[in-house]
Design a protein around this ligand. Structure first.
Ligand code: NAP
Ligand code: GLV
Length: 319
């Protein structure tokens, strides 16, 4: 019996059918629509979105909140989207956090244990043990973006024996991790990091941060040789030409990139065939409807009862 109002579902890049099924299952008392019946459908009170087309959220007179189906919300603010002035909720969920930490740990261990080297050797039937194998305890991992995902990755990397440090916009107190904040803290953070794991959101302040001037501040040498960059934040954080130049100059030993600008990474990109670049197709932490939709609907119900929404986006900061 659908009588609690309508949810507008507007997703591109994901199969809307799976999200619609999950929403209908979790919210049998709400109607899920893929398009407003009319441009200003007054029955729509919540929107669930990913890269919504421009204008889709305009003119909905009773819209109460927008839910992103991912942790990042840069897709919402993309050019051409003038967002209505309602709260924006992003994903903070164990399922997504665990997936991201799996990716971070996987890539860190792959670089620690010489994955690219041994895969290359295997392709040539080569048998040579690299005896320059540092222990995890000799390697410092710098988490760039010490937020929800960064803190979880740090916890799991510490369990494996790594030293972990974190960088964020605002100052943090953390017993287990030395933390750095803001532009002033970046050089000190980079001077210690053997592997940088970037889990930043894409905002006007972070766009293009992974550039030549950033690589110039990285620790020149360490237990793995040159420093390593892992970026699972957003493609817009990185300047691809600068990454390629830093690899050539050996300022960077290797990179793992999950995110690109644009996506998919165009076939002609030199990143595809670079021997020290590992590419995954924005697969670090996918959004699973069965895990993410029930808490979204719980939040809608709680909000309708007058409770405060959680995991709200700070529009001014952009994340
Ligand atoms: P979060 O909890 O908001 O954490 C973001 C962190 O970045 C915070 O520590 C924040 O500092 C820091 N930060 C933001 N702007 C900064 C700046 N200008 N200078 C320094 N630090 C800054 O976000 P999250 O849930 O961890 O998610 C992070 C990002 O991961 C998402 O925005 C998304 O882009 C990406 N992501 C990617 C995938 C994938 O599959 N590749 C999946 C999920 C998420 P404060 O602590 O001071 O606020
Ligand atoms: C995925 O990229 C997300 O932001 O959750």
């Amino acid at each position: 019996m659908a009588d609690k109002g309508k949810i507008l579902l507007s997703v591109t890049g994901f199969d809307p059918g799976i999200w619609k099924d999950a929403l209908e299952k979790a919210a049998p008392d709400r109607t899920v629509v893929l398009e407003p019946a009319e441009a200003s459908d007054p029955e729509i009170d919540y929107a669930v979105v990913w890269k919504q087309p421009p204008g889709v959220l305009d003119g909905l007179p009773n819209l109460k909140a927008i839910f992103s189906i991912g942790a990042g919300v840069d897709h919402l603010f993309a050019a051409g989207n003038d967002l209505p002035d309602v709260p924006i909720v992003r994903v903070v969920a164990e399922d997504l956090t665990d997936r991201m930490s799996e990716y971070s740990v996987w890539q860190v261990l792959d670089h620690l244990r010489k994955g690219p080297l041994y895969r290359d050797q295997q392709a040539r039937r080569g048998w040579h043990e690299d005896l320059m194998q540092p222990a995890a305890s000799e390697v410092t991992i710098g988490i760039l973006g010490y937020g929800n995902l960064g803190r979880d990755a740090a916890k799991k990397l510490i369990m494996l024996g790594f030293k972990v440090i974190g960088w964020s916009r605002t100052e943090k107190q953390d017993e287990a991790v030395e933390t750095f904040a803001g532009e002033d803290g970046l050089a000190g953070f980079l001077a210690q990091s053997d592997i940088v794991v970037c889990l930043l959101p894409l905002t006007p302040a972070t766009r293009g941060i992974l550039s030549a001037s950033f690589f110039a501040k990285m620790k020149p040498r360490g237990p793995l040789g040159a420093p390593i960059l892992i970026n699972a934040g957003r493609g817009g954080l990185q300047v691809e030409a600068d990454i390629l130049a830093a690899l050539e100059e050996k300022r960077l030993g290797a990179v793992s990139l999950d995110v690109f600008q644009p996506e998919p990474l165009p076939p002609e990109s030199p990143l595809w065939t670079h021997p020290r670049v590992t590419i995954t197709p924005h697969a670090a932490a996918t959004s699973m409807p069965h895990a993410l939709v029930p808490p979204m609907v719980d939040q809608m119900d709680a909000h309708d009862r007058g409770e405060k929404l959680k995991n709200l986006v700070d529009r001014e900061a952009g994340y």
